[in-house]
Design a protein around this ligand. Structure first.
Ligand code: SF4
Length: 687
């Protein structure tokens, strides 16, 4: 039996594992001694390889290129030559007729490597001439990138996952680690065992709340008020590090004025928390010799998410918890390579390495390397703006790479209506997802385990995955598919392997220059910035308290609290919050095809409701119910759960039946364009 080193494709923890291979089939997985996991895995890591053996698939694997010549018709199997010529011809036609910005692309964070994301955005920018490329960061940690870029000059986790267990205090804000990053949850538990104080701010009594010293069960949609109140207490009680702020921060006076009215008593009215509990929590954080803040979608999937991220960053600045080990700010990325898709420039506003598209010098350098006269300077379209641009007639084609927007975007009815108006839908994926079923062309790609690539973990760590098994005969690597279409469109593109692509991109990005394949060989782990061959990588940012802002100082920021878009009323009396379940990943196309993981959750979805609410609305436990919002109605099973807060209900977005995105609202944060997936109003109807 052969052991092939890989990285789990199911969350940003970046757990290193060995795939156990026998006779060309994967027969198991075991934890490897990676930097973030040190031999441990969660269930998805142990059992999430099964779909590669293609045994008990619920969703068909895409095995051949296919074209559907008319909407509603059957897919027709075609050769690669025909599929490539068809896509190249259609894209060329649309570009000529409507301009390059009539075409939209996605990057992919779902088990797809950095090399293919780099090529996807190169195709969009150099071949088509548009910055219309985006990835799932838009619906998850886009606000973290925007907020942290504005306050600290860098959009990623400041410190490392492995440092978490040695910190003295962890402020867990809107982050259900046990379901989304089980290995990070274990680090939090280990920190607790070593004596750390744990503060959980979450409307639900999540797993981490069980071990917390304090649980602040705030009302859904009140994050900004609580963060402002924390700042108010730090300043009014003199708990902040005045020397650090004076030397390394800017904007203190405006910040102090902005939080002045957010006394704990004032915030208590908005958050529903006792004022004294707010004081206790932030005093605990401020008193710790080292403290870190971890957050997730409970912070980012709101209409005011960027403001809250800036506010959390400001708490770390106020208390001097930056620029050294075991402290910092930690947006823990969800999909396994969403950090990588961003690192590679699969974003509408940045080139690979986070050079802004408005940076003329960077554009010129990339254009020269890519052999084109110029690159577009205008920020492109976000994936959450796609439906509106289609409706406005400015988007005509959508090339979707490893994403499933007809399952994962808010207000699916709106998305479906928009998709019908597109002239061309291309889906490049491994499974017949909901979006693939709506495509005009399907381009089947290799999967994780079938190719070599680099992933980025949530803490900026580059790691290599090795090829474990051969792919099905008629599928191709993602980067090869783009290369073929580019060449057919008159832009010759050829690479022999992923390493050639990696070497090209690291040569263009000072953050990654020293992160060579050799350095990442085996269990190697290189955290960017890694600016030269002899640089070991950077476990924690801002050494010397020098921030990556223009002034070199951290910016303090507070904003007025704004309520969610929708308000409960007699017709829709409950707030719906979307969550995820531990056994499944993203839209389930991968984990839903793994026998062991299917058994963890084998029925479509659920809606969690507090028993008191259930009693009030006549909803029996385990009964089937309709959940209705202003946009749609889905059927699912009610689950009485005293761990959720009264007035709110919770559903996962991962199932085709009971798809909660039929209900969610397309309300976006004005800066990051991230949707308010954590709140819309609904009612439950017994069946
Ligand atoms: Fe590790 Fe995340 Fe994979 Fe679990 S799902 S093994 S925590 S990378």
């Amino acid at each position: 039996m052969e052991k092939v080193i890989s990285v789990c494709p199911y969350c940003g923890s970046g757990c290193k594992l060995n795939l156990l291979v026998e006779n060309g089939k994967i027969v198991g997985a075991e934890g490897a001694d990676g930097v973030t996991n040190q031999g441990e895995l969660c269930l998805k890591g142990y059992y999430g390889w099964d779909f590669l053996n293609d045994t008990k698939l619920l969703t068909p694997r895409l095995r051949h290129p296919m074209i559907r010549r008319r909407r509603g018709g059957e897919f027709e199997r075609v050769s690669w030559d025909e599929a490539v010529a068809f896509v190249a011809g259609k894209l060329g036609e649309i570009k000529r007729e409507h301009g390059p910005d009539a075409i939209m692309f996605t990057g992919s964070s779902r088990g797809t490597g950095n090399e293919s994301n780099y090529i996807a955005q190169k195709f969009a920018r150099a071949v088509i001439g548009t910055n219309n490329i985006d990835c799932c960061a838009r619906v998850c940690h886009g606000p973290s990138v925007s907020g942290l870029m504005a306050t600290l000059g860098n959009g990623a986790m400041s410190n490392s996952i492995c440092e978490i267990e040695d910190t003295d205090c962890i402020l867990v804000f809107g982050y259900n680690a046990a379901d989304s990053h089980p290995i990070v949850a274990r680090r939090i538990l280990k920190a607790k065992q070593k004596g750390a104080k744990i503060i959980v701010c979450d409307p639900r009594y999540i797993e981490t709340a069980r071990v917390a010293d304090l649980h602040l069960q705030l009302k859904n949609g009140s994050n900004m008020a609580l963060v402002n109140a924390f700042a108010h207490v730090l300043i009014s009680e003199g708990l902040y590090k005045a020397d650090f702020v004076a030397e390394h921060a800017e904007g203190f006076e405006e910040y102090k004025a902005a939080v002045a009215k957010y006394t704990p008593e004032y915030a208590a009215e908005i958050t529903g928390l006792p004022a004294e509990l707010i004081r206790q929590a932030i005093r605990l954080y401020a008193a710790a010799p080292s403290a870190t803040i971890l957050w997730g979608m409970g912070v980012t999937q709101w209409g005011q998410a960027v403001d809250v991220v800036k506010g959390l960053s400001s708490l770390a600045t106020l208390t001097g918890n930056l620029g050294r080990p075991h402290v910092g700010v930690g947006p823990v990325r969800g999909q396994n390579n969403v950090q990588g898709a961003c690192d590679m420039g699969a974003l509408p506003n940045t080139l690979p390495g986070y050079y802004d598209v408005s940076d003329a010098e960077a554009r010129a350098r990339f254009a020269e390397a890519w052999g084109v006269d110029s690159l577009p300077a205008e920020k492109g379209c976000s994936i959450t703006e796609v439906a509106h641009r289609i409706e406005a007639g400015s988007l005509k084609a959508y090339y979707i790479f490893g994403e499933d927007p007809l399952q994962t975007e808010p207000d699916l009815g709106m998305m479906r209506r928009a998709f019908e108006k597109l002239d061309l839908i291309v889906v490049q994926d491994i499974f017949m997802t909901k979006t693939a079923m709506a495509a005009d062309v399907i381009l089947p790609a290799t999967s994780w385990g079938e190719h070599e690539n680099v992933f980025s973990s949530a803490d900026r760590g580059f790691q290599r995955c090795y090829k474990a098994i051969a792919p099905p005969a008629d599928v191709k690597d993602d980067w090869e598919i783009y290369s073929l279409i580019a060449t057919a469109m008159g832009y010759p593109m050829h690479y022999d392997n992923a390493q050639q692509i990696w070497d090209e991109l690291r040569g263009l990005c000072h953050l990654y220059t020293g992160a060579s394949y050799d350095k990442m060989a085996g269990l190697g782990y290189v955290q960017w910035p890694c600016p030269s061959e002899d640089h070991p990588g950077t476990p924690w940012l801002y050494e010397g308290r020098r921030f990556d802002t223009p002034s070199g100082k951290a910016r303090l920021f507070a904003a007025e609290w704004r309520p969610p878009l929708e308000t409960v009323d007699a017709e829709y009396p409950l707030g719906l919050c979307t969550v995820r379940e531990v056994g499944h990943y993203s839209c389930r196309s991968m984990t839903g095809n793994c026998a062991a993981l299917q058994t963890l959750a084998d029925e479509p979805g659920f809606v969690q409701i507090h028993p008191e609410d259930a009693k009030q609305y006549g909803i029996a436990d385990q009964s089937l119910v309709w959940v209705a919002s202003r946009r749609g109605k889905v059927i699912t099973r009610a689950n009485h759960n005293p761990r959720v807060n009264a007035g709110a209900v919770y559903m996962t977005y991962q199932w085709w039946i009971g798809a909660c995105n039929e209900l969610t609202v397309d309300h976006l944060d004005p800066i990051s364009k991230t949707p308010e997936l954590k709140y819309c109003t609904v009612r439950l109807e017994p069946i």
